[in-house]
Design a protein around this ligand. Structure first.
Ligand SMILES: [Zn+2]
Length: 150
């Protein structure tokens, strides 16, 4: 990969004249990333996120920066990694600690639902195996009501 993100010399970079001409970013990278994810009703891939966030903040964000930020947001439980899509989804905080994500194989629609009933069961199963669980999410593949025709 070729990165030409900064061709300016140190002298130019610190010049006040140059600084004044540089556009002021409209919003921070993390704010734009979270807004992009929360405004999407489908999982979004890292490369697509890099493009959308770059557009929102007015300067180029590379996918490796997006991956780094996402790793931290996933670890904090703010964003979910949807393995079947290799993409990211803003986690609905109203759903509680164990969301179930249904992913339609036909139209790509995703929905988040609460999995209260099996949370206790999963916790017990993990404890029995000596596994210290921190959080769960369950991804279910199938067809949404519209695509299933029901
Ligand atoms: Zn569907």
């Amino acid at each position: 990969m070729n990165f030409h993100h900064n061709d300016m010399s140190i002298g130019e970079r610190t010049s006040d004249r140059r600084k004044a001409k540089r556009p002021v970013p409209r919003k921070s990278f993390t704010t734009a990333l979270l807004e992009t994810l929360s405004n999407s009703n489908r999982p979004v891939g890292a490369y697509d996120l890099a493009d959308r966030v770059s557009h929102a903040i007015g300067y180029r964000i590379y996918p490796n920066s997006v991956y780094r930020a996402l790793a931290s947001l996933v670890a904090d439980g703010i964003v979910l990694f949807i393995a079947s899509r290799k993409a990211y989804l803003f986690r609905d905080q109203q759903i509680g600690s164990t969301p179930m994500i249904t992913c339609c194989k036909d139209c790509g629609a995703v929905a988040q639902r609460r999995l209260e009933a099996i949370e206790k069961m999963l916790t017990t199963l993990c404890k029995e195996r000596g596994f210290a669980s921190t959080h769960f999410y369950v991804e279910v593949l199938g067809r949404c009501p519209r695509c299933a025709g029901s």
